[in-house]
Write a protein that binds this ligand. Structure first.
Ligand SMILES: Nc1ncnc2c1ncn2[C@@H]1O[C@H](COP(=O)(O)OP(=O)(O)OP(=O)(O)O)[C@@H](O)[C@H]1O
Length: 735
């Protein structure tokens, strides 16, 4: 091992999570590339490093640093170089020279111990002297805090965030209550905080730990869709998490309620406990829905006469419930329209749009996902946007002022129609309602038999269950068996009736296979050979939908296999590996969380941006167009030619999408769907799930697998219970 001394001329690259850094060090006037872990280093600093010289196949000679020490610059030249490097704001080249000329080798001691003396120098006021001293100390404090936090296994990136939040209080916070971080800092969950607490030696029954664990349990429950938990369920879950008794958990409920972190409410003979956030969202949403539900004094016969006119013009005669929906839309501020596939929801929306248009009203159309919005645009012929886009994403967290449109800056229109309402969770509903002023009509359209929203809440069902709002349920199926077995079978599935699997259909097939690898083989043949011609689509458009993420037919395994066959490695096709996944040019990928910061642009054929916007959302699908290793980014092309640059660091937000879960497919429609099916957990394998999968297909559904599993799913009407409070809160307003 060798020792070198030098100063950092330039930091070439740095990984903020682990401090891995490539930098140019000037050693005896010569430039040397050094690589290694540098938790905190700035350009201009002097270091003494131990390590070995190596030769990198591409980059040549390097020094691999095993350990290093920061050295206060010893000679005056080094001190001046450091100060002139811009490391301290307000000191440039000229001032650095003046300072060092005056204080010589004593410069740093003066800055730390007698900073007021800096004002002896021309160009430095007393205030500026103190600002410089603060910065010098801050850097020193930051460095010390970093070292302290790293003892507890905290990454650099997180350590900076923690230090920024708590400053000098960081030591006390970590020693006394690291659980505060789980509430205060994004990116720190209960588990991280608990791990730190364990290292610090905090007891398992500490009050802070129990309270934080309770809030964490409620948050975990919201990931399963619940907005509250019954008291017993909460104490049981939290007790298992913290490995303490349920009694200890229960003894903290009252304190948390007094601190306004949770809300306890009696519902029947049950005590329901919700986090304050979800309680408020539900309570405010209930009140806002009620406020929108005004009645308009419009005569029914006048509306019906208008409908007759519209029917004459369009040549479509509405069925009784459809016409009722138009009448209710005209006479009420809030209306819900539900129905399964092919029951005429779109036809009804179209008539409602025409009616309001003729009244001279402005109409906004929106849906929860990009694909659903696109479909709404196609079927209505009017522009439909995602709800996120309509509310104008502002870059902040969802539900917390994350949209430009809110009560201060509401949507300016007369009528808002939302499609695919079953997918809207309470967070998005709350954000939507905040942006709708009194006097705007709101029409919510959806299919209650679809899977519930991925996010917490059960908004559409709860609104219907409250019986507080006008609801029109469309039941007549307009498409006949000869036209579409997909629709007819979807309704049969929904009613638990027998579906004939004789493959005499034109659009509904069941290929019986009983072995996972055979099922995958058939799936591949369908995507690559059989279906593209049959449904006039590309393999990209044919979507594999599967119930699970894990297992032989889970998303993860299917994606690896499908990628290998559909988009195999090839010379000239660039690849990049991230977290065990190989992303390759030509891959089909999906964004897996809402990202309001990502910018997209539509480019002209000369590559110039002709339209720009922000936000890529959970479920958006695209193709990797280009991987640029030099710039460490890849270009993904999403629907409507929206091109987005992902830096390699953002790849956690992307997954392959050759196969996706049925849950993720909600609100989307594909020309053809292939569903590999083998037995799985009963809780998951229910009627809702197979119904949702089948209704995603426009032209063709093929299920490949075990017919027994299919029959069991159709028979299994057991839905996973969601604990949600919106219905009760709406009902409570009537009392
Ligand atoms: N009153 C009607 N008379 C005759 N045909 C109708 C009527 N209403 C709807 N249809 C036809 O039934 C089919 C399904 O209607 P529509 O697309 O409106 O239903 P939907 O509920 O929106 O279906 P999906 O959920 O599958 O999109 C369409 O072909 C439509 O033209």
């Amino acid at each position: 091992m060798e020792t070198i001394n030098g100063y950092v001329d330039h930091i070439v690259w740095r990984n903020p999570d682990n401090g891995y850094t490539i930098l140019n060090l000037i050693v005896d006037g010569e430039e040397l590339t050094c690589v290694g872990n540098f938790p905190d280093i700035a350009e201009g600093e002097n270091i003494e490093a131990q390590g070995d010289y190596t030769v990198h196949p591409t980059y040549g000679n390097q020094f691999k640093v095993a350990s290093y020490e920061q050295k206060a610059p010893e000679d005056e030249e080094a001190i001046e170089r450091y100060l002139a490097s811009g490391a301290i704001k307000g000191i440039g080249v000229a001032l650095a020279a003046r300072i060092v000329r005056r204080f010589k080798a004593d410069t740093f001691r003066i800055m730390e111990e007698e900073p007021e003396r800096l004002s002896e120098i021309k160009g430095i006021s007393a205030r500026k002297a103190m600002e410089i001293a603060d910065q010098v100390n801050e850097r020193k404090d930051l460095r010390e805090a970093m070292l302290f936090l790293q003892q507890y296994g905290i990454t650099m990136n997180l350590a900076v965030k923690i230090y920024q939040r708590y400053g000098a209080d960081v030591y006390q916070m970590i020693r006394e209550n690291p659980y505060r971080m789980a509430e205060d800092i994004e990116g720190v969950g209960f588990r991280t905080a608990d791990e730190i607490a364990m290292r610090v030696g905090i007891h398992t029954d500490s009050d802070f730990r129990v309270c934080s664990g309770i809030l964490y349990t409620l948050m975990q429950a919201s990931n399963e869709g619940h907005t509250y938990l019954p008291e017993e369920e909460l104490s049981g879950r939290a007790a298992r998490l913290l490995e303490v008794t349920p009694e200890l958990i229960e003894s903290h409920f009252m304190n948390l309620a007094m601190d306004r972190k949770i809300v306890m409410q009696n519902r029947g003979d049950e005590v329901c406990i919700a986090s304050m956030m979800f309680h408020r969202m539900e309570e405010n949403s209930a009140a806002m829905l009620k406020a929108l539900d005004t009645q308009y004094d419009i005569s029914e016969s006048v509306v019906r006469a208008q409908i007759a006119q519209i029917q004459k013009k369009t040549g479509i005669e509405l069925e009784a419930h459809q016409a009722d929906a138009v009448v209710e839309a005209a006479r009420n501020g809030l209306l819900i329209v539900t129905g399964g596939p092919g029951t005429g929801k779109t036809t009804t929306i179209n008539c409602i749009i025409r009616y309001f248009e003729e009244e001279g009203l402005d109409i906004f159309l929106a849906a929860p996902t990009g694909r659903a919005a696109k479909r709404m645009s196609e079927t209505t012929g009017y522009e439909a946007r995602t709800i996120h886009r309509m509310l104008e994403v502002s870059g902040g967290p969802e539900g917390n002022g994350g949209f430009e449109r809110n009560e201060q800056n509401p949507l300016e229109t007369d009528v808002i129609i939302i499609d695919e309402m079953s997918m809207v969770d309470i967070t998005l509903m709350y954000a939507l309602l905040r942006a709708i002023p009194h006097g705007t009509r709101l029409i919510l359209v959806g299919d209650t038999n679809q899977l519930p929203s991925v996010g917490p809440g059960c908004v559409l069902k709860d609104m219907i269950a409250s019986k507080a709002f006008h609801t029109v349920c469309l039941t007549k199926v307009f498409r006949q068996a000869s036209e579409s077995d997909i629709i007819v079978n979807a309704h049969k599935i929904n009613h638990g009736e027998e579906v004939v699997l004789d493959n005499k259909s034109k659009d509904f097939f069941f290929l019986k296979r009983y072995d996972a690898d055979k099922i995958i083989n058939v799936t591949l043949q369908l995507i690559v050979q059989k279906l593209p011609n049959y449904v006039h689509a590309t393999p990209f458009d044919i979507q594999v939908l599967t119930p699970t993420r894990k297992g032989n037919l889970g998303v993860e395994r299917l994606n690896k296999i499908l990628q290998y066959y559909i988009n195999p490695p090839e010379d000239g096709k660039k690849e990049y590996e991230h977290a065990g996944r190989i992303f390759r040019e030509g891959d089909k990928v999906m964004q897996i969380r809402n990202d309001y910061q990502l910018e997209w642009e539509v480019r002209s054929k000369y590559g110039l941006a002709i339209e720009k916007g922000m936000g890529v959302f959970n479920g958006d699908m695209g193709i990797i167009e280009e991987i640029n290793r030099f710039a460490e980014q890849m270009t993904i092309c999403f629907d409507e030619n929206h091109k987005v640059e992902y830096s390699f660091k953002q790849l956690d937000e992307l997954e392959h999408a050759y196969a996706i879960t049925i849950h993720k497919s909600q609100g989307s429609e594909y020309p053809a769907v292939v569903i590999p099916l083998m037995s799985g957990p009963r809780m998951l394998m229910n009627r809702n799930l197979i119904y949702t999968a089948v209704t995603r297909a426009k032209n063709c559904v093929t299920i490949v697998g075990d017919e027994q599993t299919f029959y069991e799913m159709v028979a299994n009407n057991h839905e996973q219970k969601r604990y949600t409070g919106l219905a009760d809160k709406i009902a409570g307003l009537n009392k």
